[in-house]
Design a protein around this ligand. Structure first.
Ligand SMILES: Nc1ncnc2c1ncn2[C@@H]1O[C@H](COP(=O)(O)OP(=O)(O)O)[C@@H](O)[C@H]1O
Ligand SMILES: [Mg+2]
Length: 287
């Protein structure tokens, strides 16, 4: 029997935002080389899970654990790491709504990020990856993704269309080659052809994996099944009211895409009640 792959293990995760509990006990284990789909109605807590994994300061983990577990059983406490340490440890989040960084060119941003991720002990101010090596790699990756190299000269997400932002996230994924990636609605705002290209690209990048080791573990947050076309999920998880209430295979993603969440709400009335309560308090917060 082959050794278990390296895993991202989440246990009993509770997360609050501005004092309000959003995640109410999430359990999820993803092995490298596995694709998992995370679905669920708007406001159920999917993006919150992504932010908590990456260590966004507004998302307080009040209990539970997030760990990286090596094949030999060695456990690393992700919650004890700063966000940049998490990136260096091989975690990556493609944001649902990426930030723009006017004045910073995408290529320079990527050269910094790639250097840091590949040399986890690098201190700020120390040398970057050699320009020629970086440029060659960037060009090759952009060609694979059918992207114009001029694109990398633009400021990060500054004036990007929705589709361009998503493609910039996929380029980051290709360059950084993390161990575990959370892709938060990487298909939103893309037309059918662009989703197909994104789906193919993610599959190609995912099976390439980090240098010198196994493949990527990917959590795909999506409302549609198109992104899953080339990334057949080992498991599909449904989040409702801040918990994963049901897990199944690829057929579950198809069911939810076709029929929506009514069956889920009826089957898990406690989670449906939590969903209602979260909606109400979000409305109050918005007033
Ligand atoms: N930064 C935030 N400030 C206030 N409320 C937030 C914030 N992030 C998330 N929430 C609330 O948490 C709940 C879950 O949001 P989110 O994780 O974005 O859900 P999903 O990604 O499943 O649509 C919502 O009620 C939302 O209003
Ligand atoms: Mg979201």
């Amino acid at each position: 029997m082959s050794a278990a792959p390296e895993q991202l293990v989440i246990n009993g995760l509770h997360v609050s935002v501005e004092g309000q509990e959003i995640l109410k006990g999430v359990d999820l284990t993803i092995g490298r080389g596995e694709v998992h789909a995370l679905m669920g109605p708007n406001g159920s807590g999917k993006s919150t899970l992504g932010y908590a994994i990456m260590g966004h300061p507004s998302y307080d983990v009040t209990s539970g654990s997030i760990e990286l577990v090596e094949p030999n059983g060695t456990r690393h406490d992700v919650l004890a790491m700063e966000p940049d340490q998490r990136a260096r440890a091989g975690l990556f989040l493609a944001f649902q709504r990426p930030m723009s960084i006017p004045g910073v060119r995408l290529a320079d941003f990527l050269r910094h990020a790639v250097t840091n991720v590949r040399n986890p002990d690098r201190k700020e101010g120390q040398e970057l990856m050699p320009m020629r090596e970086f440029r060659n790699e960037l060009k090759a990756k952009m060609a694979e993704l059918s992207m114009d190299t001029e694109f990398a000269r633009r400021y990060v997400n500054d004036g990007f269309s929705g589709g361009e932002m998503k493609r910039a996230e996929i380029l980051q994924l290709a360059m950084l080659r993390p161990k575990f990636a959370v892709l938060d609605e990487t298909d939103s705002g893309l037309d059918a052809d662009a989703v197909r290209l994104a789906s193919e690209s993610i599959a190609r990048i995912g099976s390439g994996g980090a240098p010198g080791s196994a493949e990527m573990g990917i959590l795909i947050i999506t409302h549609h099944e198109q992104l899953l076309e080339h990334n057949i999920p080992l498991k599909t998880h449904v989040m409702l009211g801040g918990r994963i209430v049901e897990s199944g295979g690829p057929e579950l993603a198809q069911e939810l895409h076709k029929r929506g969440y009514e069956r889920i709400r009826a089957a898990y009335p406690d989670a449906a009640a939590a969903e209602k309560a979260m909606e109400e308090s979000a409305k109050v917060a918005a007033v």
